[in-house]
Design a protein around this ligand. Structure first.
Ligand SMILES: Cc1cc2nc3c(=O)[nH]c(=O)nc-3n(C[C@H](O)[C@H](O)[C@H](O)COP(=O)(O)OP(=O)(O)OC[C@H]3O[C@@H](n4cnc5c(N)ncnc54)[C@H](O)[C@@H]3O)c2cc1C
Length: 254
């Protein structure tokens, strides 16, 4: 896998628990075109410091996955929105803690991109659901949809101060959940359904994903082709541990 050297160009606190980081690299001119939900991997050394290009060795670096919030090939910029979290009594995430203190000029390698499954081709309305880790992908989808699209987007944020203006469509109603006052699955179950067939896109913490899967499959009987559902992280597990749990879970479901 080729690693791409980048430099932090700008950092902005988007909300209490969300930091926007814009990276610069000459290599972005050749970056593949990507659709909503596509992602890159940020690379770190095993001591948690960002991997710089001159430090690349045969050791596999630590990788953390982030959605491409924006790619500007002309200005050689790629933007990420990184949720800032802390895990009580456990280690703070490598990527999240670095993001909270990052300053322009710092270097970090990335790898990618990877693409995520998009919305179903045929639908009458859309339903989005996710926590702060899914917000960049949901915003990208909302920006890419035709202006007459209707539906709902349910967004679960860490604090009241994380509710912000996002790219939205007149016909897509936003519903905010704050500090886990309600699970995504419970909030979705109460929504009024527009007429016709939905296209659903949802991503969240692992246990929230499993609850939504029960809702989609066992209660709503949504055909698999009409929904994308993924867990983006798991409570108490690092990204590498989560990946293992996710594979096991998928094997059981299959
Ligand atoms: C396809 C994909 C796209 C993603 N896009 C984004 C994105 O655009 N923005 C974004 O912020 N995240 C995104 N994520 C989620 C992100 O990769 C994980 O949250 C990742 O674990 C963060 O790494 P870390 O080094 O901060 O924490 P880790 O070292 O992986 O974990 C350390 C501890 O922090 C906890 N933790 C991890 N994530 C969270 C969280 N969000 N909230 C609370 N506790 C957490 C873990 O449970 C663990 O106990 C995406 C994930 C996937 C699979």
């Amino acid at each position: 896998m080729a690693y791409m050297p980048t430099k932090v160009l700008a950092c902005k606190q988007l909300s209490k628990h969300m930091k926007r980081i814009t990276l610069f690299s000459d290599s972005f001119s050749d970056f593949p075109d990507v659709g909503p939900g596509a992602y890159i991997k940020l690379l770190f050394n095993h001591d948690g410091t960002p991997l710089e290009i001159q430090q690349v060795s045969s050791d596999r670096p630590i990788m953390r996955t982030y959605t491409i919030q924006a790619l500007d090939k002309k200005n050689l910029e790629l933007t990420l929105d990184i949720a800032l979290h802390q895990d009580n009594h456990q280690q703070l995430g490598i990527a999240s803690s670095r993001a909270s203190t990052v300053t322009p000029g710092q270097e970090i390698c990335l790898a990618g991109p990877g693409s995520a499954k998009g919305l179903a081709n045929e639908f009458d309305w859309v339903l989005f659901a996710g926590d702060m880790t899914a917000m960049p992908a949901i915003e990208s989808h909302l920006s890419a949809l035709p202006s007459h699209t209707i539906g709902h987007a349910v967004l679960s944020v860490t604090a009241q101060e994380d509710i912000r203006e996002i790219a939205k469509l007149k016909g897509v109603e936003l519903h905010w959940l704050v500090n886990n006052n309600e699970s995504l699955a419970c909030a979705l179950a109460k929504l009024p359904w527009p007429q016709g067939t939905p296209a659903i896109w949802a991503a969240s913490e692992f246990s929230e994903m499993r609850a939504m899967r029960v809702l989609f499959n066992d209660h709503w009987h949504i055909p698999r082709s009409q929904y994308y559902l993924s867990s983006y992280w798991k409570k108490g597990r690092t990204e590498d541990q989560h990946k293992v749990d996710k594979q096991k879970d998928l094997a059981v479901v299959a």
